[in-house]
Structure formats: C-alpha cells, structure tokens
Design a protein around this ligand. Structure first.
Ligand SMILES: *Cc1c(COP(=O)(O)O)cnc(C)c1O
Length: 371
C-alpha cells in the first residue's frame, strides 16, 4: 500500500524533537497566545522574507482577514483563477464581493493576460494562487496590479518555501495567506494559518480582527472575530519549520524520480516553470482516462487525489453566486476532467515511486491492449 500522503511517516521523522516541545507547551498551560505564537510568527516572517507574520487559525481565515483589512466588501470585485481550491474565493464571497473568474494556463496557474481583460473600475484585488507548490508568474502580475491600483493577494497555501527569481512565496502581494493544514508542506496538528506582509498597518489590522478586535485588555475597537493561532500549533510549527527545506528538497527529488520513471509518456507530466523552486505540494499528472487510471491505481494499492474535480465556476454551491456556465473556462475545465494527483510526501521512497510508476504504465499498457 502506498498512501497518497503519509503524515505518520512525517511524525516519526521528527518525533524525538517534537514530543518534548509539545509536552513542555502543554504543561506550561499558556494555551492561548503563549510565547510560542510570537516566536513562530517571527521565525516564519524571517523564513519567508517579510517584516510581519500574523498567525491565525486557518488559511481560509488568513485570506478572509487580509481581505477584510483591505476593506473589501459589497460593490467590490476580486479576480481569481478557475482552477483552485474553493477556499481561495470563499472569503471574498462571504464578504459580499463579486468574484470574477479567469482561466488558468496549461500548468493550472492563473492566466495573467486574462486577468488584464477581467479588470474593471470596481476591481479591488486579484487573488493569485501558488498552485501545487509553484508560484504564479509574479512579476507581470505585480506590474499589472500596480498599474491599475489593484491589490495583489497571494494565496501561498500550497507553496511554503517555493521561490520566484530568488524571492520566496509569501512576498509578492499586499499580503499572502498560508495554510498549516496538516498535509500542507508545513502543517500543524490541526488547522492553522498565517498572513505575511511588509505592510505594518495591514498586519496590525489582521491581528486586531483575528483577536476579537481587542486593542487593549477589555477594549474592543473593531468588530473582530476569534481566529487566533493556538499555542500548541505554533510550538509544532516552530519545530517543523526547521525541517521544511529538507522536506521540500526530498519532494523535489521524488518529483525527479516520477519524471524519470514516467518519461515515456503514459500520462502528461507536470512542468516546473523556470522561474524558481517548485516545492511539489502535489504531483499532478493528466490523462484522458483519469477515472480508469484512478481505479486501477486504487486496486494496486496506490492512493491518489483529484485537485480539483470541478473548477470554481462549476461548484454547485458557488455556481449561482459566480454566474458562469460550462464552457466559459475551457483550460480549467479540461484540467479538471484529466488531472490526477499521485502520492507525494517528503518521506516517499524511490522504490515506492517506482511502484506507482509501474502501476501507471501497467494501466496504460492494458488500456492500449483493450483498444
Ligand atoms: C489549503 C488551501 C487553502 C485553505 O487553507 P485552510 O487552512 O484549509 O483553510 C486555501 N487555498 C489553497 C490554494 C489551499 O490549498
């Protein structure tokens, strides 16, 4: 059996370092906003290369609080790519903004020329996604947003440690949102997230909003919410952050193995763009026979995922709010029908990758024989 992700293997990798820290934090009993929270925030800001990091309780909360700090609401428009996780746009919808969807390119990344077409005088922000572990083409999008006085928001939830011309993911926009969902490249023991930014005012607004709007003890100056990062998660994240580069290197190596093993083309392989380090949150191949391949891999004991089976505009719960039709975003729609995520995690071994690849090839062979 080769799981799609193996969080137990990751735990075993750092158990000896992690457990004393978790026990110490539990015994210290400073569960809410204990010292681990500012320590982790500083360490993560330094790692990303920004001045401010605010820990929050999910990636979704990070996006929502950042947009709220930018005062985005009814009457405003944000632009977002069709091929992403719904959490990229749920916050804007919940704030009452209109979400204008654009198509993606062949690698699933936001199509920058399409963004330019989608801008209107009401556009307040572009939410661009560092998808599957690689950044979008940031420089042209930064220039476009600057020229139109639109805020660039970076959804970096899948790209902890990725780079673009030497700059780390999390540094490109007015703010970036990170998720520490357990299976992300940097994961907590449950939900967690962070906002990173160089904008001090924005960071303070996010901090205030996430902490019930409490400016000083007992004095609540804005209508905030409770979306703080728990101390126990910050403690875990501080330990794991020290291993992130090593884990990302292991993911890159695993991606290289897949590339070698599957070079003869039974499926279409993902492409790492030349502008920086891909951190392979997901290894997403494409095939017209996605459902059959997925079933065959399942029978061979190989876990897979689909990211994502429906583009945003065809999600049943979003369809009405977005107002698009099937056919509106053909690249994203084709990807949705064809993409399949193969097992990818830092601890995956070469023989496991070889086994997955053999199962992919075996299915391609039997499918060809059946034709
Ligand atoms: C995981 C993820 C989110 C949301 O993060 P949560 O911590 O699960 O709320 C947002 N956007 C993308 C692209 C993600 O992968």
């Amino acid at each position: 059996m080769i799981p799609f992700v193996d969080l137990k293997a990751q735990y075993e990798d750092i158990r000896d370092e992690l457990e004393p820290e978790l026990l110490r934090t539990a015994a210290e009993a400073h569960y809410i906003l204990g010292e681990n929270v500012p320590l982790f925030e500083q360490a993560f800001a330094d790692y990303v290369g920004v001045v401010h990091c605010v820990g929050v309780n999910s990636g979704t909360a990070a996006i929502q609080l950042g947009l709220e700090a930018l005062e985005i609401g009814p009457g405003d428009e944000i632009v977002a790519p069709a091929n992403t996780f719904v959490a990229s746009v749920l916050p804007a919808l919940r704030l009452g903004a209109k979400v204008v969807v654009v198509d993606c390119d062949e690698e699933g990344l936001i199509d920058v020329p399409a963004v330019e077409q989608a801008l209107t005088p009401r556009t307040k922000a572009v939410v661009a996604v560092d998808l599957y572990g690689q950044t979008f083409d940031a420089d042209p999008l930064i220039r476009l947003c600057d020229a139109h006085d639109v805020s660039l928001v970076e959804d970096a939830c899948q790209a902890h440690g990725a780079t673009y011309h030497g700059r780390r993911a999390g540094t490109f926009g007015r703010f970036a949102a990170f998720s520490f969902y357990p299976s992300k490249n940097l994961g907590a023991l449950g939900d967690g997230g962070a906002v990173t930014t160089d904008d001090e005012e924005l960071a303070e607004r996010v901090r205030l909003l996430s902490r019930l709007g409490e400016a000083t003890k007992g004095s609540h100056t804005v209508v905030g919410t409770n979306e703080r990062l728990d101390t126990i998660h910050a403690a875990c994240l501080s330990v794991k952050l020290r291993h992130l580069d090593r884990w990302n290197a292991a993911r890159r190596q695993a991606a290289g193995w897949y590339q070698e093993e599957l070079a003869d083309g039974p499926v279409r392989l993902p492409r790492a763009m030349p502008w920086g380090d891909h951190v392979w949150h997901l290894y997403v191949v494409r095939t017209r026979e996605r459902e059959a391949l997925r079933a065959a891999l399942g029978e061979a004991g190989v876990g897979t995922g689909i990211h994502y089976p429906l583009p945003l505009h065809l999600q049943p719960g979003l369809h009405g709010a977005l107002g698009y039709r099937e056919g509106d975003f053909p690249v994203a729609e084709a990807r949705s029908a064809e993409q399949l995520s193969l097992p990818m995690f830092a601890e995956i071994r070469r023989d496991q990758v070889a086994q997955v690849a053999a199962a992919v090839r075996a299915h391609a062979g039997s499918a060809a024989a059946a034709r």
